[in-house]
Design a protein around this ligand. Structure first.
Ligand code: OFO
Length: 167
């Protein structure tokens, strides 16, 4: 059984993970609106990953005999002026989530909660991978510039296909 303080902190993180899903779903719809279908597909994939992150945490709470509270989600707020702005927002958001996970790890350490500390290591690695992959996409979008986005979509299509076949 984990402490109430630890369970509360994980419930807040479950909300952040579902918010991430909600944010990326909003960005998927916006990309579609802008005629960028492969970016829309990429954001849909991110959305599914975030839901998986949230439900994995919820299952952990249940396994530990703690309550899953499902806190209220805010409406997604982001700069929707261009795809470049949305990718910048994605990088910023993933760095924010990395800090949240780091705070959770520190709390588990303070609480001497080895099970939660171990459980969270998966998220630590996941965040390294996510920040690296969105930062790579950010560089590509900047290199391409607004005129080359459709060409970049072809490259993104290959990246999405490679990732889908690796899963
Ligand atoms: Fe859940 O990793 Fe992104 O936000």
């Amino acid at each position: 059984m984990i402490s109430q303080k630890m369970a509360d902190a994980i419930n807040v993180q479950i909300k952040e993970e579902f918010y991430s899903a909600y944010l990326y779903l909003a960005m998927a719809y916006k990309s579609e609106e802008l005629g960028l279908k492969v970016f829309a597909e990429w954001f849909q994939h991110q959305e599914a990953e975030e839901r998986m992150h949230a439900t994995k945490m919820a299952q952990y709470l249940l396994d530990q005999g703690a309550e899953v509270t499902l806190l209220q989600l805010d409406q997604p707020k982001y700069d929707k002026s261009s795809i470049s702005a949305m990718i910048d927002e994605t990088v910023k958001h993933e760095k924010f989530i990395t800090n949240c996970i780091s705070d959770l790890v520190n709390l588990a350490r303070d609480e001497k909660d080895n099970a939660t500390f171990n459980f969270l290591q998966w998220y630590v690695e996941e965040q390294v991978e996510e920040v690296a992959s969105v930062s790579e996409l950010q560089d590509l979008v900047k290199l391409a510039g607004p005129d080359q986005l459709l060409i970049l979509e072809e490259r993104l299509r290959q990246l999405v296909a490679a990732r889908n076949s690796a899963e």
